[in-house]
Structures are given as structure tokens and as C-alpha cells.
Design a protein around this ligand. Sequence first.
Ligand SMILES: Nc1ncnc2c1ncn2[C@@H]1O[C@H](COP(=O)(O)OP(=O)(O)O)[C@@H](O)[C@H]1O
Ligand SMILES: O=C(CO)[C@H](O)[C@H](O)COP(=O)(O)O
Length: 557
Amino acid sequence: MSHKYAIGVDYGTQSGRAVLVDLTNGHEVADHVTPYPHGVIDETLPTSGKQLEHDWALQHPGDYIEVLRRSIPAVLAQSGVSPADVIGLGIDFTACTMLPVDERGTPLCFKPEWSDNPHGWVKLWKHHAAQDEADRLNAMAAQRGEKFLPRYGGKISSEWMIAKVWQIANEAPDVYDASDLFTEATDWVISQLTGNFVRNSCTAGYKSIWHKREGYPSSDFFKALDPRLENLTETKLRGDIVPLGTKAGELTEEMAKLTGLNAGTAIAVGNVDAHAAVPAVGVVTPGKLVMAMGTSICHMLLGTEEVEVEGMCGVVEDGIIPGYLGYEAGQSAVGDIFEWFVEEAVPAYVKEAAGKEGVGVHQWLTERASAYRPGETGLLALDWWNGNRSVLVDTNLTGVIVGFSLLTKPEEVYRTLLESTAFGTRKIIDAFHHNGVPVDEVYACGGLPQRNRLLMQIYADVTNREIKIADSKQTPAVGAAMFGAVAAGSAKGGYDSVVDAAKAMARVREETFKPIPENVAIYDKLYREYGELHDYFGRGANDVMKRLKALKDETSR
Ligand SMILES: Nc1ncnc2c1ncn2[C@@H]1O[C@H](COP(=O)(O)OP(=O)(O)O)[C@@H](O)[C@H]1O
Ligand SMILES: O=C(CO)[C@H](O)[C@H](O)COP(=O)(O)O
């Protein structure tokens, strides 16, 4: 049998990337990135220029197809691999990134009657405008003692499906009525590739409160939330829910023309970006935390028992690797915080100096920030620029920096922001480790470990753990390709399980980041201070962040 390949497509926040992977060794033969033509839509609708409210984040579903149209032919051309040797394709996506579609699977925003209604569009994972609905859902679930709540760390996030669907029902009942299905974008793209609509158990479990043994919450619960939602799960959330690695179907003739692949190529069911990354770094057993580090961080961990951990995003049986409980936690802004600083808060002289030296602003700041020892800036920050997604689970929390003086330099602030995200990660690691889900090893993948060594050293020092780095530029995409190979199966030159695929294809670099004992000691002290601030602002001692946000909403209305 000739050499076989699979393609993985990773749909990130700002772009989609395709990787063509050699199935014998996981080698990335070719990759190609397509920035979304419409990017993240958070100010105005591209159709009419209609203004969006605060906390909205939308996407254009056509951009997802554009990624297939541009990036798949590009990797085929770059590699020279024959489409006949590409036996499978898998995708992974941000989540919960959801959209309403009609009976034919057409996104409502493609239809003239809905294109000017923001609720007809894709709500991106970081759309945070359904916080009211999430709060009411959590209060009702707690009051009724719903068994599902502890599985999600005690709180369902406003980023997830039910809060987003309920927001649509509340703010745009006509869109709600016109929607035949609400679907994760990952399942929608797969339905476009294969002509079959199936839901994957990963997003259903983590984002739509579905449980392998118990199914969705009861219709009584949904009725108590809102009578309109009573039959939601049998109607607008209907659809077979199938495990990761299942073959969703085969590439249609139409999509074969668009992508240059052969019709009939095996297509795996959709997956989530961070979850797909886990087998790609070779993690198929418990005790090993995988951090997918980019715009945000998702922390992924396998366990053998269902344990309740404060603020975790969720625990789902078979949610990452079949046979294990998959735990997820996360920080909703990490790279996004650094980007905010670079775009919005550095003085002009920094940009000029970086330009003169021919380096990016991140690199300029990082080089200077590296000259400081831990504690030397006198600064400490809370990493809540986009709310808090784990432990506190509250999108109404905001950022803080303490310790400014007239001598504070931009590179010190940048370093402090890097450190704040590492403290956020340590909170999550501690929550798991001290509650029965051990974290013995840490792995990192995603864009950040490739770009910023200082950041990775800080994470090793703050967590006091050695960090192994994925030997891949596009780890989730490689993971998605592995699932594509599993969908194809060994008879076609793929694999029969993702564990087999990981054994052959996963790769980490030889170089690791090891904690430096003197840094660990200082960061322990700073982490205690971080904990004080965290609890003071985050656990109700001082709700100033929420009052400011409410005032902002009131005055800008
Ligand atoms: N040198 C750098 N140091 C730290 N962060 C960086 C650097 N360069 C880019 N970033 C951040 O990386 C993030 C993008 O991460 P990436 O993994 O490529 O994307 P995504 O999260 O969409 O998958 C952006 O938020 C950006 O601010
Ligand atoms: O919550 C998620 C997964 O469960 C999001 O998909 C993720 O946080 C966004 O990913 P990225 O930072 O790579 O764009």
C-alpha cells in the first residue's frame, strides 16, 4: 500500500489552518493558514453595518467554507501528495461556537430576511452577552439540585449552548422560531462536507450539558427555565450524538470539487480545538495536563473517576480519549490580553523602537521583560480581561493591575500580564491536583509556546512543573488529522483507535522548560498575593468590577 496521509483542519478564533500529515510518523508535510475574511465580528454586522452591543462576538459561516476552499488545495499543491492517498479528514473548532440553521442546514444569516439580525449569525465561543441567561440557568439548576451542575464545576458558562440559545429566544423570538436546529459550528462544517448532520459527543458533553448515560437535562428543567425551551433537546437540539473518531460520512462530490480531494474520502465527526490537541502530544492516559495556549488557554486532563472540581468547565466520559473521563478547564483570555496591551496600551516610542529594530512589539517587550527577575517589577495583575472561566466562572469580572508607580515601564507591565496568566493556570492546576485529579506532568501546545520562551519559563516557575512542548506548529490540526485517520480505519491505511494513532504520530520536543528553584520561591509569594486579590475581587468581598460594568452598561445604553 502506498504512503497514506490525512488532513486536519483547525478552526481558531481568527483563522483556519489545514495540515497534511503523514500517517506513519505524524510528520506535517504541508500547512496553510486562511485568515477569516470577516475576522471576529464584534462591532458592526458586515451586511448592514448594524452596531453590536457590548460583549458580542460573531462570525461569518462563509468564512469556514473559505478555509476549506483555500487551505486544502494549498496543502495538496505544496506537498504534491495525490488526493487518492489522503484517506481521511478531521476538523477541530473553537467551542461553543454555534449557529441557527433552517431545515436545509442553511445558516439563517445567509437568508435575506435574517441577515440583518445579529442573532441569525454564528455566536463565537467568546460571545459573552448571554450572561443573564447563564446566571438564571445556574440559579434554577442550583435551586432544583440538578445533578448535572457539579459536573460543570457548579456553573454553566454564558459561553455555552443553552445560555446562547436562550438569549436568542429572549431577544429575537422570531429567529428562535425560524431556527430548525441550533448547531455547533464544528458539526455544521462536517454536515457541509458530508451531507450528513450528526452531533459529536465532545461538544454535546462539554457545551450542551449532555451526559453519555443520562442524556440532556430533563424537559421539566427546561420548562422551569422558560416554557418555550421545554422540548428544546428533542427539537432544535435534536440529532444523533456520536463518539469522537466516528466516521460522519464521506466527502460529497460538491465538496470534492471545492477542496480538490476525492469524493468518498472518510470524514470524522467534529471535535474541539483543545481536545483534539491532547492525542497529538501523545497524552492518552491520566495525570498529564495539556494546555492549548493561544488567544485563550484550555486545560485538558484525563481521569478514571468522575470527580467534582470547583470551577472546572466540565467532565465528560470519552470527551477527549475514549475510555477516560475528560476534564476541561480554561482561561478565557491569555494571548488576547497580551494583544490588548500591544494594540491598545503601549506608548508610541515602543512601536517606533520595535519598528527600527525590525522586530514585533511582542518580541521587543519580551526581550526587555526577560531582564527582570520575578518580583522585580513590583506589579501584580488579575488576568480577567475577558472574565474568569474557571474556578470563579464569571464573565463579569474584569482586569486589575496593582503596584504602578511613575517609574513603571511598558515591559514591566507586559511581564506582569504574562505572569498573571500563569497564576490563573496555577489556580486551575491546584483545583484539580488537590481534588483528586492529579497533575503530574504538563504539556503545552498552540501558538504561544512557539512564540514566547519567557512565557513558558514563567509557567514552569509559577506551576513548579516541567513543561513539555508539542513538536508541531499546528497541534490541534494534527489531532484532527488523527481522528480523520481513525474515521478511515486501518483497512484503508489509517488507524482503528486514536490511541494507536497517537502512538505512531504524536510528537513533543526534546527540549523542555524546567522550573528554576529561586524563581519558584518568589513566585510562591506572589501567588499567595494573587490568591488574596483573586478572592477579594472574585468571591464577593468587593463587587466593584460588577458595579462598574453595570454603570457602564447603564450609561452607554
Ligand atoms: N510573541 C508573542 N508573545 C505572546 N503572545 C503572542 C506573541 N505573538 C502573538 N501572541 C498572541 O498569540 C495569540 C494567538 O495565538 P494562536 O495560537 O496563534 O491563535 P488561536 O488562539 O486563534 O489559535 C494572540 O492573542 C496574540 O496576542
Ligand atoms: O473553549 C474553547 C474550547 O473548549 C474554545 O474553543 C477556546 O478557548 C478558543 O480557542 P483558541 O484560544 O485556540 O482560539
